[in-house]
Design a protein around this ligand. Sequence first.
Ligand SMILES: Cc1cc2nc3c(=O)[nH]c(=O)nc-3n(C[C@H](O)[C@H](O)[C@H](O)COP(=O)(O)OP(=O)(O)OC[C@H]3O[C@@H](n4cnc5c(N)ncnc54)[C@H](O)[C@@H]3O)c2cc1C
Ligand code: SF4
Ligand code: SF4
Length: 376
Amino acid sequence: MRDWESDPAEQESGKGGQKELDEQVLGAGLCTGCGACVGLCPYQTVYHDRTVVLHACDLAQGRCYAACPRTPTDLAALRSRLYNETVCTPELGAVKGFFITRATDEGVRRRAQHGGTVTALMALALREGLIDTAILAGEGEGILPRSITVRDPEAAGMQGSSRFVVSPTVAEFNRVCLGNAAKIGVVATPCQALALAKMRTQPVSAAENGIEKLHLVVGLFCGWALSWQKLAALLKKKTDLARVTGMDIPPSCYHTLEVYTTGETIRISLDEVDPCVRESCRTCGDMTAEFSDLSVGSARLPEGWETARSWNQVIVRTERGMDLLELARRLGVLEFRATPPGNLEKLKAASLGKKRTAAIWLAGRGNTAERTGQAG
Ligand SMILES: Cc1cc2nc3c(=O)[nH]c(=O)nc-3n(C[C@H](O)[C@H](O)[C@H](O)COP(=O)(O)OP(=O)(O)OC[C@H]3O[C@@H](n4cnc5c(N)ncnc54)[C@H](O)[C@@H]3O)c2cc1C
Ligand code: SF4
Ligand code: SF4
């Protein structure tokens, strides 16, 4: 077993179509539900939080296989094409800057998961014309999210909060980029950001490919996502599903999933939650969305979680990401506070921990793992 990055030779020999995608990813339980293979052709679709094959396709090489974040990927080559190598770190990918921020607008913060940095940045990017379309994950049916397209900055500012069931964001990008949007911004989990990066570097043909419309990727830190079906079954034992308003995962020392309902907060031990984790997430080595313009997660502060939960940690990776963050600072859209000493090192250690765990799971999968490119 080698690590989660496939070497360039394997990537070259690992070209494939739907048949290979089905064998190596969908059938192997490694599909992340990112949606990248949906909408590129009519043969795959999303059913709840799963991606399913509708019709067989016999093309030897397909865009579905090329874009999938779980097919062999030369991550080092991808990194060197998209990022300034002088700022690349082995633990976190490119790091041009590291910040603690939150939305200045209290309303944005109230609706947000943590400090509202993601929502504030997407609304700002729309308002300033850096993008004309934002793809987000909004409220769907019950705990199942829905990918949404937003063009109005005010409407973008009303969104927020994390859905721990996957949303097929890249499928929505594939749909929207064929329309009249010119500059699209996407909020993406690490696997979705990787799919978009693969699409950027492997354009198929100018006529068919709208990837040049991708102008901004705001990545989310991500530990894991949960199976919709399993999570629904677990929550039904604790509460009426219709009462659930949100969820969060406090720092690991709490070992709980917090479930917010209209009446109370329910705390569920992670031991009970663990069987709901998607199989594909156990083999995922990217904690911080390394293939984004900037990535946002929950903050760690000396005052503890009750204060930290309304702030964010932000890793800026590209010039575009830095320009957006600095614009937010200049216009007072984001508040900044000093980064506590040691935070970046702790984040590096946590990220490395996820890579190690993924490598162990991959090792346990034998041949399947060897054929599967993983985000490192
Ligand atoms: C599945 C998942 C796991 C996560 N795990 C961690 C973790 O382990 N550690 C950590 O620090 N942070 C994690 N996060 C990120 C964290 O929950 C916050 O999204 C992040 O801190 C940004 O906070 P915010 O207040 O700026 O976000 P907000 O301003 O509330 O914006 C949240 C944004 O996330 C988007 N979004 C919500 N759910 C999804 C989804 N399922 N797929 C794609 N986009 C979505 C929304 O469209 C919205 O734009 C996770 C997020 C998700 C979705
Ligand atoms: S991981 Fe994404 S691209 Fe790969 S099979 Fe699943 S939905 Fe399709
Ligand atoms: S843990 Fe990895 S595979 Fe799972 S949702 Fe997060 S980024 Fe995607």
